[in-house]
Write a protein that binds this ligand. Structure first.
Ligand code: DX5
Ligand code: ZN
Length: 224
């Protein structure tokens, strides 16, 4: 993971072709992407089910991309080691799904992965306030988790700004990831508010070729 916060686009495989995830990963790498976002859903924390460690492990063999794994599962502690063994580079757990969040965060670091905490749109930022020095990233959900293709929730824009201020106050460089309804039309405003890691599912995979789409997002975020 880079040390300075550049702008990173991390395509969400939720919107990819599940019958050929391996080839999708190869195509992303060839298109110049460096990160990829895995949405793990358990049908309990969110009303949808996707994939787990065996799928990630099989795909790890075909990709050198940074695997950014978003765990939308209850009691993620049960599976942290499995996901790291499968090849996850970063594990992002939901604050709402962890009773002892500090313990979970420490365990992810001990296992050798980068660590992130995700917050649902309505969850206050103070859930992560004391943990910020231990976190590589905070994921601000900009839709309610569970599905791709939803509309961006406007009040989360202000939340991103408040979080960047909290991070700056302690002199940290913690990444801020935004996830849900991110498009070339709102990416610049999100960056201006302090986000630097952008998940995109439907607005990315729906517009091949991937190299051109990456360029469209990057041009939008860097425009002066
Ligand atoms: C939603 C997931 C997102 C989703 C984003 O629960 O966490 O990563 O794939 O999809 P879009 O970009 O289509 O909103
Ligand atoms: Zn996600």
């Amino acid at each position: 993971m880079p040390t300075t916060p550049p702008n990173i686009l991390t395509p969400s495989l939720l919107s990819s072709d599940f019958s050929r995830i391996g080839e999708e990963l190869v195509a992303l790498e060839q298109a110049g992407l460096e990160w990829v976002h895995w949405d793990v859903m358990d049908g309990a924390f969110v009303p949808n089910i996707t994939f787990g460690p065996p799928v990630i492990k099989a795909c790890r063999k075909r990709s050198r991309l940074f695997f950014d794994v978003h765990l939308m599962i209850q009691e993620p502690d049960r599976y942290l080691a499995d996901f790291v063994d499968a090849g996850a580079n970063m594990l992002c757990v939901h604050a709402e799904a962890c009773v002892h969040l500090e313990r979970t965060v420490s365990e992810i670091s001990r296992l050798g992965a980068k660590v992130g905490v995700a917050l649902n749109p309505h969850t206050p930022l103070n859930m992560v306030e004391y943990l910020l020095p231990q976190l590589d990233m905070v994921l601000v959900m900009t839709v309610n988790p569970g599905f791709g293709g939803q509309s961006f929730i406007p009040f989360t824009m202000h939340k991103v700004r408040q979080l960047r201020a909290m991070i700056q106050e302690i002199g940290a460089e913690t990444f801020i990831q935004v996830d849900g309804g991110v498009t070339p039309d709102n990416i610049r405003e999100l960056a201006d508010h302090g986000a630097n890691v952008f998940v995109s599912g439907s607005a990315f995979f729906g517009y091949p070729p991937y190299a051109d789409r990456l360029e469209t997002f990057m041009r939008a975020v860097n425009k002066s």
